[in-house]
Design a protein around this ligand. Structure first.
Ligand code: SF4
Length: 117
């Protein structure tokens, strides 16, 4: 089975065609660099994304957060349930680890400063 993808690893947005047999990528064409090959192989077998969202602080304001690495799309719902249960106490600074191991080998980190910093 052939899959047509647009690589999102850089602004070039290469069109990539991946041939998949028995759940494995057996051919990748159209990628402009090795990162695109890796992206395409992972995308057709186990799609992953960095998850970005917001978390409420105890003061009621919202703080932007993201996962420290891409997480499996299939795990997004469970991770969001954990994130939605988080309540932060200020001060929080950009880069602070808010939840260790929110997913396997992935932390939840702040991408903004909370009020009161
Ligand atoms: S294949 Fe390489 S050059 Fe093309 S979009 Fe992906 S990262 Fe960029």
């Amino acid at each position: 089975m052939k899959h047509n993808l647009t690589c999102v690893e850089c602004p070039m947005g290469c069109s990539i065609e991946v041939e998949v047999e028995n759940g494995k990528a057996v051919s990748v064409v159209g990628n402009g660099c090795p990162r695109g090959k890796t992206y395409a192989e992972n995308e057709v077998v186990c799609s992953k994304r960095v998850l970005t969202t917001t978390v409420r602080t105890r003061g009621g304001s919202m703080l932007s957060v993201k996962t420290s690495a891409p997480v499996k799309k299939s795990e997004t719902f469970e991770i969001m349930k954990k994130i939605n249960a988080v309540r932060l106490t200020a001060p929080v600074r950009i880069g602070d680890v808010l939840v260790k191991e929110i997913a396997e080998d992935v932390d939840l980190i702040a991408t903004g400063n909370s009020e009161g910093v």
